[in-house]
Design a protein around this ligand. Structure first.
Ligand code: GLN
Length: 222
């Protein structure tokens, strides 16, 4: 049985635990570095990346997570978790001393925080998501259904490096007008090696296939 940690510093930890356990994994909350030992993978939940960053640095978890990521440890980050996995944050928040927030990094991409607007601009949309057609839960005779994706003060991915695979893009009709009056389609899900990240929250609805994909990645079957 896979033992998968859920970083439990802040954010929607329990929704991710429930999603993982519904797929037969054991989900362990991780608050301190010792709790990472023996785990097969880690989920970084949605919440507030500035708070997750601050608490992770305070406890020294940040260095341990960075080292594990460098060794190929599987990690899935949703929303704030995606921000934590980005090598570059386009618009990092700064604290009172002027120090910018930091990410763990690992995925060669630039993310833009709160890209879709404020909390009241949160929305749900159906998205095509690459690779779900080969999951064990998928009936091979049927097309994979779109993913019902909740965007809550979500980031988007402004650019990705060569080794990053784009798994989902939100059409221009669902993105806000840019300063130049143009709407662009935006990248909202990526994979790089054993790292997976989504702008949206699959865990808040009944969607389980993103966690299933992550489990397949941990097993080496995807
Ligand atoms: N806006 C949050 C951040 O920048 C992310 C929101 C979320 O995780 N739902 O960290």
């Amino acid at each position: 049985v896979l033992q998968i940690g859920v970083l439990a510093l802040q954010g929607d930890v329990n929704e991710h635990r429930r999603a993982l356990e519904s797929l037969g994994a054991v989900a362990q909350p991780v608050k301190v570095a010792d709790e990472l030992a023996g785990l097969d993978g880690l989920v970084i939940p949605g919440g507030e990346s500035t708070v997750i960053d601050k608490l992770a640095r305070f406890s020294g978890l940040d260095g341990v997570i960075r080292a594990k990521i460098a060794q190929g440890f599987p990690v899935y980050g949703s929303c704030a978790g995606m921000i934590m996995l980005a090598d570059t944050i386009a618009d990092p928040a700064t604290n009172l001393k002027g120090d910018p927030q930091q990410s763990f990094g690992g995925i060669d991409m630039v993310v833009k925080r709160n890209a879709f607007g404020r909390q009241i601009d949160s929305f749900e949309v159906d998205l095509d998501f690459k690779g779900l057609d080969v999951l064990p839960s998928q009936d091979p005779d049927q097309a994979a259904k779109p993913v019902r994706a909740a965007f809550i003060r979500a980031p988007w991915v402004s650019s990705v490096g060569e080794r990053v695979e784009v798994l989902a893009t939100i059409p221009a009709g669902n993105t806000p007008l840019g300063g130049d009056g143009v709407r662009l389609a935006r990248i909202v899900a990526v994979r790089s090696g054993k790292l997976l990240a989504t702008s949206f929250h699959p865990e808040v609805g009944g969607e389980r296939r993103i966690h299933e994909l992550f489990i397949q990645m941990i097993r080496g079957d995807a």
